[in-house]
Design a protein around this ligand. Structure first.
Ligand code: C5P
Length: 238
């Protein structure tokens, strides 16, 4: 898919990587000789994204710029150490004013191996008229709700659940409205918004789904990184 000027993305990478147990910010951790960030940005571009804004830890802007060197239209700005939502808001501000019909994606650098076909599916669904689109996979574990004391409070039907990935895609005006509304939420509710689609749901706009992909795994813990390294090695060998 050639990059398109009416498709832009915020690539969130301002997290610390503490759960991965590494010194470096997670997005700079190496996967087959390139940082996670590079893989994620390259994947978005191959899926048809034009301008990409990366949100980086404020102390590492230069390292992040070096990490995406050679990928073209990629801007690095400081994210927030407060929350992912706040980092995305800063990334959107750096994209400036865009037309309502612009397609804007939000993707986590923690998902370096998202196939370009997933990104293209999300873009196509927004272009076809959806205000918000997320890639999903069926859930294989049974999930429970558990209270603060560790007691199980319920078992949602597994068939009603889906595991949500990124990139999530939006009409520009929808995501802007959702973030404006999200910024005025109380602290407790704001913490609950671990993805952008959650903010869109909160303003009453329908969120559509497309098929995600197992290779789009989120690198959070050491075992995820081991699996991502195996997959990246295979991809380079192909
Ligand atoms: O913490 P979590 O795993 O949900 O982070 C998902 C993505 O959000 C990661 O790519 C991380 O770098 C990014 N993030 C961010 N700003 C924060 C926290 C997380 O950009 N304050």
């Amino acid at each position: 898919m050639p990059p398109s000027s009416d498709v832009c993305a915020v690539l969130t990478a301002a997290g610390s990587g503490s759960r991965l147990g590494c010194e470096l910010p997670k997005a700079l951790v190496s996967l087959s000789g390139r940082p996670l960030l590079w893989w994620a940005a390259r994947g978005l571009r191959a899926g048809g994204v034009g301008t990409i804004v990366v949100t980086a830890p404020a102390s590492c802007i230069a390292e992040f710029r070096a990490a995406i060197d050679g990928l073209g239209d990629v801007l690095v700005v400081a994210g927030s150490d407060r929350s992912r939502q706040a980092s995305v808001a800063l990334g959107l501000a750096a994209l400036g004013d865009r037309g309502a019909d612009t397609v804007v994606l939000v993707h986590d650098a923690a998902r370096p191996l998202t196939p370009p076909q997933v990104t293209a599916r999300v873009i196509d669904a927004v272009r076809a008229g959806a205000g918000a689109v997320i890639p999903v996979l069926p859930v294989s574990d049974t999930l429970k709700t558990v209270d603060a004391s560790g007691l199980v409070t319920g078992t949602p039907r597994r068939a009603d659940l889906a595991a949500v990935q990124t990139p999530q895609g939006f009409r520009w005006d929808v995501l802007m409205r959702a973030h404006e509304a999200g910024a005025s939420l109380g602290a407790d509710e704001a913490v609950a918004a671990t993805d952008d689609a959650g903010l869109v749901e909160a303003i009453g706009v329908a969120v559509h789904t497309v098929a995600g992909d197992e290779r789009s795994l989120k690198v959070t813990r050491p075992l995820d990184l081991a699996l991502a390294r195996l997959l990246a090695g295979q991809e380079q060998a192909d």
